[in-house]
Design a binder for this molecule. Sequence first.
Ligand code: CP
Length: 357
Amino acid sequence: MRSLISILDFTNDELDQLIATAKDIIANPEKYWDCCKHKKLATLFFEPSTRTRLSFEAAMIELGGSVIGFSQASSSSASKGESMADTAKILSCYVDIMAIRHPREGAPYVASRNASVPVINAGDGGHNHPTQTLADLLTISREMGRLDDMTIGLCGDLKYGRTVHSLIEAMSRHTGIKFVLISPAELALPDYVIQNTLEKHHIPYEVTTSLEDALPHLDVLYMTRIQQERFDDVEEYNRLKDSYVLNTEKMKLAKEKMCVLHPLPRVNEISVAVDDDPRAAYFRQALNGKYMRMALILKLLEEAKDPEKEAIRTDGLVYDRICTNPKCICQVEQELRHTARVSEDGVLRCIYCEQKV
Ligand code: CP
């Protein structure tokens, strides 16, 4: 059964095809009105969301389908101790496809191993957010007219900002891409993204703490919120929360054709005055998310007609190597066996959260 857990589950050609479908939906929405008639999507959101959940729901409704689900863990039986695996088995009885957001890294992956319908990762802790990347790719394509040959600045919380991890993985497969990583040292990009993606594919990148120094060189600036909900130490959050604020003065340092992206929600890292700058693309980006989620639902439902097509990988598994990441799903689901696999950088990593074991 084909699911979308990591953006790397899809090839570049498949991502290009999704972008093409989304552009066709934008041009010819009426063609798609009945495509999902009698199909049901479940949105299982164990964490808050505005854009992802509601754009998934709007996407399914615009395809002629229906939606069930919940928007907080407290209104599901997870609050009584039901496991992710059992939740996925139960929802497979009711719907044709499900989108899951969860605070635990690897939770949608666990669901995909237990569901008999496609599972979409709608954000798992600070790990991955592949459908935000779909929105980002369509936005870059529409704003810049290309996905190759550009310098992308990623600014803010690169440690917990799951959208950044998925975007780096996707854009690293394009040619002529360079990254500028702009963050305080405490919020630097995790080791697994640097090793598995940037180093492995020899992608040029620079590390800096200065947004002002980076700005003149960028084609895309991807701002992120400092992710308060992922911090264990409130004092550290308070010290770092105002690290970067993009304002109209700083925008004067940027190229005329640069575009500004942000997965949203923002707190104060982009001042409201920047919204009027034509280079500010973040509200268009949120709309693009709906079109890409429509394209994704269509693709996964089509592939579900042939459930044998993409079996979950079971090769190379190493059991009982203990994952110590306190945010991994394997720390709370008692029946989950700690399991690892040698990743592309030659390091043994937890199959749920990708941390070294
Ligand atoms: N970008 C994003 O994931 O927004 P929400 O948290 O509102 O879904």
